[in-house]
Design a protein around this ligand. Sequence first.
Ligand code: SF4
Length: 223
Amino acid sequence: MPLYVLNKDGKPGMTRRQCTGEYKIKPIKKKVRELLGYPYPARIPRGVFVEQWVGISTDEFHRAKDADVKYMRNRHPLITDMGWSRSDCIRYLTSLGLADTPKSSCLGCPFHGNAQWRNIRDNSPQEWEDVVEFDAAIRKGNARANATGNPLLGEAFLHRSRVPLSEAPIDHVTAAEWAAMQQELTDSGPDLQELEQGVVDSCSPWACRGDVAPVQDDFGLAT
Ligand code: SF4
């Protein structure tokens, strides 16, 4: 995951984003191979493939991509067959009593803005507990990396402030943060709304929200 890191010398950094590839695309490919009857490393004959329907709407057509292997073919029925925009999808979900369907993303995605963190805390106490616990568990980095002698040389956090999520300033902007933010708010800098919202796009295996560059903020790099 793209975690915010505080290095030993106090400098901020981020870990490399490989979550979508590792946690979504790899397991999907593994399952598809199994379904086709050619588990890795068997060679899949030419012309054998699955068709995978991906729910990207017309207003997000730029996120519709082909799969990177021949045994999977992505199809985007909302775009090619139905011409449905996001509003059409919401209208349909509303007719089924599912009007509050949120955009998909991992619960603990570091690209959440304060508004998204508050929403979890205030509306899903159990999920908040889970994510706070997860944040504490990643402080020293990845267990496997630590076990194989590649420990994180610093501390990792889910919130861009690089403090434990349970203490992160998701409710208010302190005077010091305001001052730093004012300095950052140049023509090319982020506005407060961007910092609040984080990356609002959803995240799916074939359209990762991490492809939308997070804003630079007053707490350090968020690239
Ligand atoms: S929502 Fe996407 S970018 Fe964020 S942690 Fe999950 S897979 Fe990674």
